[in-house]
Design a protein around this ligand. Structure first.
Ligand SMILES: C[S@@+](CC[C@H](N)C(=O)[O-])C[C@H]1O[C@@H](n2cnc3c(N)ncnc32)[C@H](O)[C@@H]1O
Length: 209
């Protein structure tokens, strides 16, 4: 069935407005925190101080924005009003903008790194490859892209996810890998992180110089 894109995004926006605190308290110590720390620190180690970083679906800003904004020029974008409001309070050094990542536009070579932890999996699949292409243009040569993506082909709505309806959309890791390489990224590292019956694929990519 063809996804109604505005409706799907409204489910996500309302859902996170409702569950923001239930999903992550102000310390951001969720079940994924340990793995996420390893991956965003791996990107940080590759960057010079004061690099320009964009995070898509930044949530309430802890721990990723909090860590990266200490050393870099950080911009976080999220579709949820509540997530962005909390991020502004919790991470005063970061810049935050409420926006749909599928509608963002930046000049070419604006960023040294683009990160997206568990957020592109809420974007309707039809918009994902076009977004990867735009991210490729927004990155400087040598820039890094770190998306955490869904692990299998599925698009649909869950009625009760942390207490709200939620929309998800993803393809399999082989297709994601192919898309990223077709666009021009080199995949440096890829890992499946299992979570109960499901899991997520972490891809660390570079735009070659
Ligand atoms: C699973 S949460 C992850 C939040 C944060 N990255 C983390 O790891 O804690 C997904 C986030 O992506 C945001 N999101 C979903 N779809 C989005 C879109 N189209 N544009 C911007 N943000 C979006 C949600 O509002 C939510 O805050």
């Amino acid at each position: 069935m063809r996804t109604n894109i505005p409706k799907a995004k409204e489910i996500v926006r309302r859902g996170y407005n409702r569950i923001s605190r239930r999903y992550h308290d102000d310390r951001g110590d969720g079940p994924d925190a340990k793995y996420d720390r390893y991956w965003f620190k791996a990107v940080d180690k590759k960057l010079e101080r004061d690099s320009h970083i964009l995070e898509l679906g930044c949530g309430m800003g802890v721990p990723v924005a909090k860590f990266l904004s200490r050393r870099h020029a950080y911009l976080g974008v999220d579709i949820s009003d509540v997530q962005i409001r909390r991020a502004k309070q919790l991470v005063p050094r970061g810049r935050f903008q409420r926006a749909d990542m599928g509608r963002l536009r930046f000049k070419p070579s604006s960023f040294d790194a683009v990160l997206a932890f568990y957020s592109i999996l809420h974007l309707p699949l039809r918009e994902q490859k076009p977004l990867f292409k735009r991210i490729f243009r927004w990155l400087k040569p040598g820039g890094f892209f770190l998306p955490v993506l869904g692990w299998g082909r599925w698009t649909g709505k869950e009625k009760d996810w942390y207490g709200a309806a939620m929309f998800f959309s993803h393809t399999d890791q082989k297709t994601y890998h192919q898309w990223l390489e077709e666009i021009g990224f080199k995949v440096l590292r890829k890992a499946l992180v299992r979570e109960r019956k499901a899991g997520h694929y972490h891809f660390l990519c570079v735009k070659l110089k």
